[in-house]
Design a binder for this molecule. Structure first.
Ligand SMILES: Nc1nc2c(ncn2[C@@H]2O[C@H](COP(=O)(O)OP(=O)(O)OP(=O)(O)O)[C@@H](O)[C@H]2O)c(=O)[nH]1
Ligand SMILES: [Mg+2]
Length: 443
């Protein structure tokens, strides 16, 4: 992606009325604009009280000016911050005056993008800014701050470094074919491969948890009519949120409730019971249930433990996401509460067995309350990590099965490249454009 030559301006504080509004300018023209706007260039990094004037010299506002000459600024370019009075009209007059002096309106995320292009931040850190601003829980905010300070980037870089060392080891074996056999079966190589394997598992688990911290974990409750889905939602949320009756087909609409399991934000989604001969309204409810499944992280399949026909239950099981089978109404069936072979036995009426379900959800999300250790991650990071792990696994298999050192080296190169997509070392322009366009203007 090309470095931008022009100078940009935007309000950095939210729109609307407030005590102070900050207008930020970044680019080559900043110094020239500052001289006209403020009469002279303020001392670098020193808050200076000034009158802000337009090109014709008319007064717009008075406030603090802060000048950061390149490269010691957020964007790496010369930056001027103007702290004026927080009213929409006065701010827009100020921004217009700056535009008249040669700047243009910034696009969403453009300040962060410039910081990235000038090596002030990597991609993970730029994303962490957006995540910190958008975080919904205290845990998520702490985790975003850790990503911003580089905790996730360092973990990715350390893994990339391990892959490079392994590749060098393999390539040196290929370069000396007479010694290749020994090299490739050598214990040191084996140890390196095992260490990479472990590092992949660790970072994938951490990133998965980081993604859950950022986005929460969405769990859809599905099953046949009357199985007790709505009762379970009410029990888990501790509220009388959903209507419960003995009539099969009570729930028609989607119902969402936020719950907190030891700091893990879970969105529970109650749905219409799935059956084959629904009426028209119920049919729409079932369609919505399937749509909710398509964007879920996991599903709970609720079935009535007193129902003998277990086979019929399972023909509707969703695929593509982890599904936990929950046997409800054990107060009637007589089963013991708890977890048996990955399936939960409980009663939504008495609450017996509900702790086993909570534990199960936490495990499914890969969530441990790590407090200070966690960092935020995005779906994009999870996918790139998976891609890298797949290349690594393919290469490892090639070595084990056919002793193909060249194939391992090539897969290691591809794995390294996939990791580079995370921090932005090897990212396509369109990906960068997409990431930064999701930011707000002024960020
Ligand atoms: N004995 C007993 N009854 C339960 C239990 N859970 C739910 N029920 C009863 O089963 C009936 C159906 O419960 P709901 O929660 O409405 O079931 P649902 O799966 O949401 O049903 P639909 O919305 O119609 O698909 C109600 O009469 C509940 O009181 C349980 O654990 N034990
Ligand atoms: Mg219901």
């Amino acid at each position: 992606m090309e470095l931008e030559a022009d100078t940009i301006v935007a309000q950095a504080t939210p729109p609307g009325v407030g005590g102070i509004a900050i207008v930020r300018i970044s680019g080559d023209q900043t110094e020239v604009i500052a001289r006209t706007l403020l009469g002279s260039l303020p001392e670098p990094r020193t808050a200076t009280h000034r009158m802000f004037r337009d090109r014709a010299g008319a007064k717009i506002d008075a406030g603090l000016a802060l000048y950061f000459p390149a490269p010691a600024s957020f964007t790496g370019e010369s930056v001027l911050e103007l702290h004026g009075h927080g009213g929409p009209v006065v701010v827009s007059l100020l921004v217009d005056a700056v535009v008249e002096l040669g700047a243009r309106h910034a696009e969403p995320g453009e300040f962060s993008k410039r910081a990235f292009l000038n090596d002030k931040l990597d991609l993970v850190q730029a994303e962490a800014i957006a995540d910190l601003i958008g975080s919904g829980t205290a845990q998520a905010a702490r985790a975003a701050l850790r990503s911003l300070s580089g905790a996730f980037s360092r973990a990715v870089d350390a893994l990339a470094e391990q892959l490079v060392k392994l590749r060098m080891h393999v390539e040196s074996a290929i370069d000396f074919p007479e010694e290749e056999i020994d090299f490739l079966s050598d214990a040191a190589l084996k140890k390196r491969i095992e260490e990479c394997d472990a590092a992949f598992r660790a970072i994938q688990a951490e990133a998965k948890q980081g993604r859950v911290l950022r986005d929460g974990y969405r769990v859809v409750i599905v099953g046949k009519p009357n199985a007790g889905k709505s009762s379970l939602l009410n029990l888990l949320s501790g509220q009388d949120a959903a209507i419960v009756t003995e009539v099969a087909g009570t729930t028609r609409d989607i119902l969402r409730e936020q719950i907190d399991i030891d700091g893990l934000a879970v969105e529970l989604v109650d749905t219409a019971g799935l059956r084959n001969d629904p009426d028209r309204i119920e049919a729409e409810g079932i369609r919505r249930a399937r749509a909710a499944l398509a964007e879920a992280d996991a599903a709970l399949w609720i079935q009535d433990a007193t129902d003998q026909d277990q086979a019929e239950h399972r023909e509707n099981l969703p695929d593509g996401i982890p599904v936990t089978i929950v046997h409800n109404k054990i107060d009637q069936s007589g089963h013991a509460p708890g977890l048996v072979a990955g399936e939960v036995f409980l009663s939504a009426e008495t609450g017996a067995g509900i702790d086993a379900l909570r534990r199960c959800l936490r495990d499914l999300a890969g969530y441990e309350n790590q407090g200070e250790g966690a960092f935020t991650a995005r779906r994009r990071h999870i996918r790139a990590l998976q891609k890298a792990a797949d290349h690594f696994a393919t290469g490892k298999k090639a070595l084990e099965e056919t002793r193909a050192g060249e194939l391992l080296a090539e897969e290691l190169r591809l794995a390294h490249q996939a990791l580079g997509e995370i921090t932005g070392a090897f990212s396509a322009d369109d990906l960068l454009g997409k990431i930064f366009s999701e930011f707000c203007i002024g960020k």
